[in-house]
Ligand binder design. Structure first.
Ligand code: HEM
Length: 145
């Protein structure tokens, strides 16, 4: 499965996105939404760069069952293995123990939530780093019955 990074890179560089069919040869149209070469480079540059998460809002679907949520950034090298395990027992995700267990030591903490925590934005100038090689977010949820 392609990463969001690869999808956006491919869609933009092949000019499939944003959709705009008129050829620039013959006329200028209002509301032209195509990107210039420079804009393509800028956009692709953004997705290749480290990003910072500056706020959180968690909305569990089954609020009464969620004890806590821990969010971490996963190294791209782990993604293939984790995607193979995802749903392999017929249920979404996979069972694990202790904040992602086998991802311990490799994961990078991003944020978390427990009942009672409100949506929040970090103070000005503060962000949780999401390096370019960690585009995937892992979510460890402790469920209660
Ligand atoms: C820079 C802006 C945009 C980016 C980076 C972007 C990116 C993407 C990506 C990655 C996909 C899925 C993969 C693909 O089909 O290639 C997609 C699908 C789609 N996008 Fe965009 N998009 C952008 C702007 C737009 C705009 C402005 C529209 C509508 C006016 C649009 C309409 C669609 C539609 C309808 C699909 C589904 C295509 C299908 O399933 O066949 N996109 N876009």
């Amino acid at each position: 499965m392609a990463s969001v990074h690869e999808l956006v890179h491919d869609a933009v560089m092949s000019r499939r996105m944003p959709p705009w069919q008129p050829d620039a040869c013959c006329n200028h149209y209002r509301f032209d939404r195509s990107l210039s070469d420079a804009e393509c480079e800028t956009l692709v540059g953004w997705i290749d760069r480290t990003r910072y998460i500056i706020g959180f809002d968690f909305q569990p679907g089954v609020r009464a069952m969620v004890h806590h949520v821990i969010v971490f950034a996963i190294d791209e090298a782990k993604i293939g293995e984790l995607e193979r395990r995802d749903g392999s027992d017929g249920r979404p995700g996979w069972d694990c123990f202790g904040e992602g267990s086998e991802l311990q030591g490799d994961k990078r903490y991003v944020g978390g939530w427990q009942p009672g925590v409100l949506a929040r934005v970090l103070p000005d100038g503060i962000g949780r780093e999401l390096p370019a090689h960690r585009r995937h977010i892992g979510i460890a949820v402790l469920w209660t019955r």
